[in-house]
Design a binder for this molecule. Structure first.
Ligand code: ARG
Length: 455
């Protein structure tokens, strides 16, 4: 492509380090779309003739067919996807192929292709997050009133419902989706026409190509257009946060699956056995989702380090933007699909969760709140009295609902049998009616709100 200036061939090692077709072939669709839009614009602006434009567009269609059929020759000697397409176009239509690159550089071309790839990836990811939220909503609705222990420090804290717990993840994934939507909005400007870095002397119409390719507008600074990879960095940041959320849910699934917890069962579809221990049913999919976050954070770090300290504008360093981004989205998309599958598959053991919900004196706060509300005790005093009640229950080896009234009255004679009404996990969750609280009606209200939002 640059034979004029060169008389020697590149060293084999030069080719080995330079070649990117092995991975940037994934930009083929975007590259063809960009070339079509560019050729159509060159035609309309009178930069190329209608015969040449027709030949170019026809050749691009043939190439699209070859790529779809798996017959397109991806060749290392043409380095990257852009030059592979152009070289093939020349073979197909002859010298007219050389006019496609008028008013364009690989610098704006790759910036465009990669941006469109990331834009598509954001759209796919957003849809997958929505599907995961939908799976969570269905499970939450089925178990909006199933009591389970709520934890802090992974110690039983206060009873909550399983539906409420799942809805926490619906909120988290909702923020994730909105981050991808935000990033998409910001990235939706077309760099095509920035050419190498300074713009073009040809009468190009950048607004036209931007519109054809679904962008809101062209980018406003030609240097920034070819030097910017914020769209990938932002998307990888959003992807990393999403992977962190997935890893937290995955970890809970692993914990809940242990016989010691026994809160949920996963079917054979999402578990594996052991080659030596016949009794095993392992949550491998959850463990792998938990681990994928490493790749995501690695990708974000990789691209950040590539971009850090790069002078304007394009440097070949930026060719290293693609692999981490492709790998990150591959891992995230697979994780989202696997997680949606697991969520739909999992069945909670409501009885075990209910039994655990009452363990660990989980309604101690309810007892203290009763003292405050009924006896007008200052909360700090109520906290103290309740601590003594827990201590007494521990001595007797009973839970708070089974602590004899005489023992409670020994702590404060004004306590009546009415206090037992608040000491069961069911009563505890039913009382948490504050907005966003775990009372089943509150949980159902949030499920309804989300269902409407996702509809
Ligand atoms: N394969 C290159 C990349 O991915 C395309 C841009 C090449 N530009 C250049 N000036 N060498 O970055």
């Amino acid at each position: 492509m640059w034979g004029g200036r060169f008389s020697g061939k590149p060293a084999e090692l030069m080719q080995a380090i330079n070649v990117s077709i092995g991975f940037d072939r994934r930009l083929a669709d975007q590259d063809l779309a960009g070339s079509r839009a560019h050729a159509g614009m060159l035609l309309k602006q009178g930069v190329i003739s209608s015969e040449d434009a027709a030949a170019i567009l026809g050749g691009l269609d043939t190439i699209a067919g070859e790529i779809a059929a798996g017959t397109f020759p991806f060749r290392d000697e043409f380095e990257d996807i852009h030059m592979n397409v152009e070289a093939r176009l020349r073979e197909l239509i002859g010298p007219a192929a050389g006019r496609l690159h008028t008013a364009r550089s690989r610098n704006d071309q790759v910036a465009l292709d990669f941006r469109m790839w990331v834009r598509d990836a954001c759209d796919r990811t957003t849809a997958q997050i929505r599907a995961l939220q939908t799976a969570l909503l269905a499970k939450a609705e089925a178990h909006a009133d199933a009591v389970m222990p709520g934890f802090t420090h992974l110690q039983p804290a206060q009873p909550v419902t399983f539906g409420h717990h799942l809805m926490a993840y619906v909120e988290m994934f909702g923020r994730d989706a909105s981050r991808f939507v935000d990033a998409r909005t910001r990235m939706n400007e077309s760099p095509l026409g920035a050419a190498a870095l300074a713009g073009s002397p040809f009468p190009i119409d950048r607004h036209m190509t931007a519109g054809t390719l679904g962008f809101d507008r062209p980018t406003a600074n030609s240097l920034d257009s070819v030097a910017d990879r914020d769209f990938a960095l932002e998307s990888l940041a959003a992807a990393s946060v999403c992977a962190i959320h997935l890893s937290r849910l995955a970890e809970e699934i692993v914990i809940w699956m242990t016989p010691q917890f026994g809160f949920i069962r996963l079917s054979d579809a999402f578990t594996t056995g052991s080659s030596i221990m016949p009794q095993k049913k392992n949550p491998d999919a959850a463990e792998l989702v938990r681990a994928k976050v490493g790749r995501l954070l690695g990708s974000f770090t990789q691209l950040s380090v590539v971009m850090k300290g790069l002078p304007l504008t394009y440097s070949k360093d930026m060719q290293e933007d693609k692999v981490p981004t492709f790998e990150a989205f591959d891992a995230l998309e697979l994780s989202l699909l696997a997680m949606a599958g697991m969520v739909a598959d999992l069945e909670p053991d409501r009885e075990r969760m209910a039994a655990a919900a009452g363990a660990g004196y989980s309604t101690a706060t309810d007892l203290a709140d009763w003292l405050v509300r009924t006896l007008n005790m200052p909360f700090r005093d109520a906290h103290h009295v309740t601590g003594a009640a827990v201590k007494r229950a521990e001595e007797l080896g009973v839970g708070l609902p089974d602590l004899p009234l005489a023992d409670l009255q020994a702590l404060d004679p004004r306590i009546t049998a009415a206090i037992y009404d608040v000491l069961t996990p069911e009563a505890s969750v039913a009382s948490r009616v504050s907005y966003g609280g775990t009372a089943p009606d509150q949980v159902r209200a949030q499920i309804k709100r989300w269902k409407e939002a996702l509809a």
